[in-house]
Design a protein. Structure first.
Length: 155
């Protein structure tokens, strides 16, 4: 038996564009279902929003998302929380970070550069005491990513 965990992101009207962005960053396939496709009248407000969406890449990345019913803050104004780094410590009121690790600095740098488009950089990607590359950013959809090069076991 195999068990997996997949991050499920909740958006306020931007799930489709966020998942399209993540598909462009990570590659893979995008699956979406709108509220209209599961029975909401086609002309109803929010019928075109996502009740289910997922990006799945061959690299092992899976993200799910949907649009919270009756909320449409597509301008991004409803992004909650903040994160900052000071003197090597992280201060935040967010409930989670999304961790993204790769085996090489080149691999994570390419993903970092793609995720950085329109993002708030919290900690620039650079060598750290525990990694050949570590950085934090909050992307334009409000998801905070911790990006680093995976530590080599026994090193």
């Amino acid at each position: 038996m195999s068990i997996t965990t997949t991050t499920h992101l909740n958006f306020r009207g931007t799930a489709r564009v966020a998942l399209e962005f993540y598909r462009d960053v990570f590659g893979g396939r995008l699956f979406v279902t709108t509220y209209a496709e599961v029975g909401m009248p086609a002309g109803a407000p929010g019928a075109d929003k996502l009740v289910f969406g997922q990006v799945e890449s061959d690299r092992g990345i899976r993200l799910m998302a949907y649009d919270i019913p009756s909320h449409d803050d597509a301008d991004g104004a409803a992004i909650a929380g903040s994160t900052r780094r000071e003197n090597g410590a992280t201060f935040t009121d967010r409930t989670f970070f999304q961790s993204l690790q790769g085996d090489t600095l080149d691999e994570v740098t390419a993903l970092w550069n793609a995720l950085s488009e329109g993002a708030e950089i919290i900690e620039p990607l650079a060598a750290s005491a525990w990694s050949a590359g570590f950085g934090m950013l909050t992307d334009r959809f409000g998801v905070t990513w911790v990006v680093d090069v995976r530590a080599v076991a026994g090193a």
